[in-house]
Design a protein around this ligand. Structure first.
Ligand code: ADP
Ligand code: MG
Length: 337
């Protein structure tokens, strides 16, 4: 690595770490050394954002810095972990200091919000891409997984769906609306639901963050838990901005549902919870200013036709509106399609 790259690390990425945050050795050695308290387990996740694939070349650097951390913290939230440490591997086509300063301002704004320490990484030259690995702590044995949803559990989401996908369609000029900004903001800014995730460890039977679309991410839970789902479209939370577009007849209700169900980039949490625990969870959430939305039910069917040759159940999602079945095109975003 060249001298200037060490200078860049020192100037932009190296900040004082604190042993109180479990950082014994941070940036500047071959590895970071981190302290894991007794009774806690380490949750580790990695997500890459590649220019032209996960973000547009002209995206604001502040927003990119924020989002590249946010999508990783969202994975920690989905396991019920408390975010602690991150490493950042960044590949830059050139050293553009004003761009880097803005990127870091976005990254550290979110890191500081959740007291997350940047403890290492890698800085290389090449086409712009960002890979963050986030580490969090979860009480031993309490991590929320995808494989424990049970018959009659209620399916909930943490917030409105579809805005990020509308933002993407606007950027791709597949859609045109006069009031674009709320949707572009939803696409470019993501708020990890860490506080909710940490509450859910005592309630939820399974959890996932919605990065690829409700139908695709719910399918992961259904496959791993070997069950089906009924989703009641009239209960899907939609943002005020999206509802306004329906009111103005710029989008039909069916289109709004399609965005909400198939579109990615919302990063809300989707979780299942035994019916009898829901009231207590909602009360706990209310006290800390959070909420969740019930959107459907888990079903375990005695359904021989849905069993494939490997004797594993092919999960299905039934969409209804006021108990009438609705046919939605439910292909989630697939990077390799
Ligand atoms: P090594 O060659 O031992 O892998 P490097 O020379 O790549 O180490 O990096 C020097 C130090 O700076 C290491 O502690 C590494 O973790 C840290 N580092 C490098 N790039 C970044 C970055 N983008 N963000 C945070 N820390 C970084
Ligand atoms: Mg080394």
């Amino acid at each position: 690595m060249s001298k200037s790259e060490f200078d860049i690390i020192k100037r932009y990425f190296q900040r004082a770490n604190n042993a109180a945050d479990g950082v014994i050795i941070g940036i500047g050695d071959d590895c970071a050394i981190l302290d894991i308290p007794v009774g806690q387990q380490l949750a580790v996740t990695t997500d890459s954002l590649v220019c032209g694939v996960h973000f547009f070349e002209d995206v604001d650097a502040y927003r990119l810095g924020y989002k590249s951390l946010a999508v990783n913290l969202s994975d920690l939230a989905a396991m019920g972990a408390t975010a602690k440490w991150v490493s950042l591997a960044i590949t830059l086509p050139e050293i553009d200091e004003p761009w880097l300063a803005e990127f870091c301002r976005g990254f550290f704004t979110l890191a500081d919000k959740y007291n997350v320490q940047l403890v290492g990484g890698d800085t290389t030259k090449g086409p712009l891409s960002i890979t963050v690995s986030a580490k969090g702590l979860v009480p031993s044995g309490k991590a929320l997984t995808r494989y424990n949803a049970k018959n009659n559990d209620i399916i909930c989401v943490s917030g409105p769906l579809g805005d990020g996908a509308v933002g993407l369609a606007l950027k791709l000029e597949e859609l045109s609306l006069t009031n674009r900004q709320p949707f572009i903001d939803a696409l470019e800014f993501t708020e990890p639901r860490l506080l909710l995730g940490s509450q859910l460890i005592n309630y939820a039977s399974s959890c996932i963050d919605i990065s690829d679309g409700l139908s695709q991410d719910l399918s992961h839970i259904l496959k791993q838990s070997q069950c089906h789902a009924d989703i009641h479209l009239e209960t899907l939370p939609l943002s005020d901005a999206l509802k306004k577009q329906i009111e103005l007849k710029n989008l039909s209700l069916l289109q709004a549902w399609q965005f909400a169900v198939t579109g990615g980039d919302d990063y809300e949490l989707l979780f299942t919870i035994p019916r009898e625990k829901l009231t207590q969870l909602k009360e706990n959430l209310r006290v800390i200013g959070l909420t969740c939305f019930e959107i459907g039910t888990i079903k375990v069917l005695d359904d021989v036709s849905a069993i494939d040759s490997k004797k594993s159940l092919i999960p299905s999602i039934t969409f209804t509106h006021l108990q009438q079945p609705i046919d939605l095109n439910i292909d989630g975003w697939d990077h390799f399609k």
